[in-house]
Design a protein around this ligand. Structure first.
Ligand SMILES: Cc1cc2nc3c(=O)[nH]c(=O)nc-3n(C[C@H](O)[C@H](O)[C@H](O)COP(=O)(O)OP(=O)(O)OC[C@H]3O[C@@H](n4cnc5c(N)ncnc54)[C@H](O)[C@@H]3O)c2cc1C
Length: 504
């Protein structure tokens, strides 16, 4: 498995002893050198391009590799919700599912180590593109330039750490008595852009944090802190039922969050004001300006560069609002990319199924991964991918309808079909730590729509059962309990302190 964000090295099977990947540096005149497990430890890798679609070639054991197995090789690009679930589910007795971070070799997908910059190519019999997507800035001036300084995306774990550190830094700096009132107000102004479920959950968590935790240590600063939610559309929580969205809005307003719907950020400006103070502010479509200490930008999604550059593969314009103006890889109803003889699949946020309008959510990615797992383990294993033949459609597959694995019996409510069938489970959004909304209006599982504590219990239950390890399943309730009883930690993270220590 190749992932651009984090390193995974888990592999079960005999080929682990004989790595199929080799490295070469451009400066090494193409000399190949095998990389063992330790060689993967510090590499963050990004796929740069897909080689010309010579899909008739049989890459297993191709020159330069030392693969010792005759099992088809499934290469999974991306280890997010879709990719990780597929890698875990594949039957390793039938496939070489390379759930490892790769280094280099020249064959099919061209990759680059993010830290090392070294290039390598990886061969496959089947390729599953599960690269997700990235944050869309809509080319708003100043957003990309200030990213990581005062503007933060809300996508990966490191973004969460950056946001937390910056908010705490702003509060600490605002406590300095030598500041002007304007500068203090700016530092204590937090802006969230985009009011989809992710941004709304973040906004409510931030207002809880300020009110419950910061207020204990910085009561004056907590009182002055202002949270503003800016949304270009007419209302918040677009995918939810309008009544639930209104309920959610009422709660945010009651907590003092300023709602700016039907307003967009047109520019992020950074420089010195008339008094010579350093300032950052957002220019708004209604002509106003909003000075801020931290802005969380979660306004939309765009294709990652690798998928964007796959010109040889068909794309689909999707009318999904968060991907407006963007495209996704087109797949047929069996999640195969047309024109690849069934050797390339796409799942999750980066893929669009022909004739369907699926939202970019973890539920879709998970159900698609479960579908492909079944296809590979039960149907495609009988096919020899080294031939020139088209991969035949799979046999019937039962939808993985249950939103939590413990309720697998819900799957039996649905008839197996060869085509992928998405079962809408319903939507959940937390409203801080003690309330939430659950929208069952579109749920095919017959779930009700509820608000308040019942919804947050369902939200926590769903989060808990989605954890991939027992240690997380143990730790997460412990953290919830600790936060509820003792409050949240308001110190900046250790990594940041170490960074400061070494940078002064
Ligand atoms: C903060 C947040 C909260 C969310 N909450 C929910 C929720 O409650 N419910 C819900 O249903 N959905 C939620 N979502 C959406 C959900 O996370 C996504 O829909 C889901 O992760 C999509 O899965 P995926 O496998 O397609 O992509 P991802 O999970 O995004 O994984 C893609 C992986 O591919 C890697 N990658 C990208 N480019 C390359 C490359 N060139 N080479 C190699 N690797 C690459 C990335 O680093 C990433 O690890 C949330 C999203 C966010 C950001």
């Amino acid at each position: 498995m190749i992932d651009g964000e984090r390193v995974t090295y888990e592999y079960a099977g005999p080929a682990a002893a004989a790595p199929a990947y080799h490295t070469h540096s451009p400066s090494m005149d193409g000399t190949l050198r095998p990389i063992g497990p330790s060689g993967f430890s510090d590499s963050m890798l990004r796929v740069r391009q897909l080689g010309p679609l010579g899909l008739g070639r049989h890459f297993r054991g191709a020159a330069g590799t030392s693969a010792s197995t005759t099992r088809p090789r499934v290469l999974i690009l991306g280890s997010g919700w879709g990719g990780a679930k597929l890698a875990r589910g594949l039957d390793k007795d039938k496939y070489d599912a390379k759930a490892r971070t790769l280094d280099l070799e020249k064959q099919y997908v061209s990759c680059e180590g993010i830290f090392t910059g070294r290039s390598f190519d990886v061969s496959f019999d089947y390729l599953v593109v599960a690269c997700g997507n990235k944050t869309n800035t809509f080319n708003t001036p100043g957003v990309a330039e200030r990213e990581g300084e005062e503007v933060f995306f809300l996508k990966h774990l490191h973004h969460a750490r950056q946001i937390r550190n910056r908010i705490i830094e702003c509060i600490e700096r605002a406590a300095n008595p030598t500041l002007t009132d304007a500068e203090r107000a700016r530092l204590l102004s937090f802006v969230v852009v985009g009011a989809g479920p992710t941004s709304c959950e973040f906004t409510s968590a931030l207002s809880d944090f300020l009110r419950d935790d910061v207020a204990k240590w910085y009561p004056e600063e907590a009182k002055q802190a202002k949270v503003t939610l800016v949304e270009a559309g007419p209302r918040i929580l677009g995918p939810f039922d309008a009544a639930l969205a209104e309920y959610y809005r009422g709660h945010l307003v009651a907590r003092g969050v300023e709602m700016r719907t039907a307003t967009s950020v047109t520019e992020v400006w950074h420089g010195d004001d008339r008094e010579g103070n350093h300032t950052t502010h957002a220019r708004l479509s209604d002509g106003g300006t909003l000075p801020f200490g931290a802005m969380v930008w979660s306004a939309g999604l765009a294709l990652v560069r690798f998928v964007e550059r796959l010109d040889a593969l068909p794309k689909q314009e999707l009318g999904v609002s968060s991907l407006d103006g963007s495209q996704r890889l087109l797949t047929d109803s069996s999640l195969r990319v047309p024109g690849t003889r069934g050797r390339v699949f796409a799942i999750g946020d980066c893929a669009g199924v022909e004739g369907a309008q699926l939202p970019p959510t973890a539920s879709v990615a998970e159900q698609q991964a479960a579908y492909l797992t079944h296809c590979f383990n039960q149907h495609y294993c009988a096919f020899d991918p080294s031939t020139d033949a088209d991969l035949p459609p799979p046999g019937p597959v039962r939808p993985a309808a249950s939103p939590v694995s413990l309720a697998f019996f819900l799957d039996y409510l649905f008839t197996p079909t060869p085509a992928f069938r998405y079962v809408e489970p319903g939507s959940l959004a937390s409203l801080g730590s003690r309330a939430g909304v659950m929208d069952g209006s579109k749920s095919e599982l017959g779930l009700p729509s509820v608000t308040g504590w019942a919804a947050i219990v369902a939200w926590r239950g769903a989060c808990w059962t989605k954890q991939l390890s027992w240690s997380n399943m143990l730790l997460i309730p412990m953290f919830w309990f600790k936060s509820a009883v003792l409050g949240r930690d308001i110190s900046r993270s250790l990594i940041f302190s170490i960074y400061l220590f070494f940078s002064v």
